[in-house]
Design a protein around this ligand. Sequence first.
Ligand code: TXA
Ligand code: MG
Length: 352
Amino acid sequence: MITKYWHVDKDVDDLKSYPQIKEAAALLKNNEVVAFPTETVYGLGANALSEEAAAKIYEAKGRPSDNPLIVHIADQAQLEKLVADIPLQAQKMMQAFWPGPLTIIFQKKDHVLADKVTAGLETVAVRMPNHPLALAVIREAGVPIAAPSANRSGKPSPTAAKHVWQDLEGRIAGVLDGGETGVGVESTVVDCTAEVPVILRPGGITKEDMEAVVGKTVFDPALKNASERPKSPGMKYKHYAPNAPMYLMDGSRQWIQAQIDAARAQGKKVGMLTTTEEAPFYRAEVVIPCGSRKNLASVAHSLYDVLRTFNEADVEVIFSETFPYEGVGVAVMNRLEKAAAHRWRKEEEASP
Ligand code: TXA
Ligand code: MG
């Protein structure tokens, strides 16, 4: 398949009259899959009402079809056609955070969405992305758009059109390039079908942000267990993984440098994932600052691009700085934990 590539400046006026947007939307209406930018990561979109279209997403990504997709909408009228009801907590969250990086789980209406989109569940995940190109293409397509991240399954999510191209060129109908995404990690997923909202995936909208609007929320216990450390490295938790094994480092600069030196002494090409503040202190083959420790949103923004850069540099082991489990730090650490398959190295546990 020849994959079309369209570049559109996201800041131009009257996007919907752009021929590139019309062409992308026409393909979506025709049950083809098209990648487009959102404020979090690039999505791989398809008509959420069509089994045929949804099947093409799983095929292009190489994703197991028991993992349900997020349905993207451009206005609230679209939501009412998809869900059985809109609980009060969900209403408050939508008002506060939509359009934006928050996905809400609702009870679905029967016989509307393709079964492949919800993987046969009684619930559906919905979000309204805060990106002018995404909103324009969804509006123009006139149907709700199912969209997982536009990467090959197991690869880091794409935060630039070139990442999508690397993974999916020849496998999808088109890519709409709107530049780098902003948030950089996938949306927060919150289940609003219970009285107390449950956070299933941490993201750009934090627990603190939500609690300011709805009162108490809780993290899904499965999430908490997975982030308890140290945790034995189970392959089933491995996601977003760089090619080289990665370790989360908890210790002083001197101790981390000693770990780097030990790996280099074994002849290994070492990558160090660090920050603008800490980068000057490390010596390794590939030292990459990933944002600033003073601004964890900047770490989230760059994280996946940095993981892909380590792949391109063919490093053999990656050591990573770690961050506090607070605010956006929870989302950053959740992705780092997965990328590292929960492998930690701690200074206090190391023998002298
Ligand atoms: O930021 C994002 O959310 C990006 C952009 C493209 O919008 N999309 C994204 O989609 O990350 P995906 O498919 O990679 O992640 C969807 C997540 C998965 O963890 C899936 O298990 C969960 O949402 N999910 C979907 N439907 C669900 C449901 N009914 N109940 C619980 N979790 C659900
Ligand atoms: Mg994904």
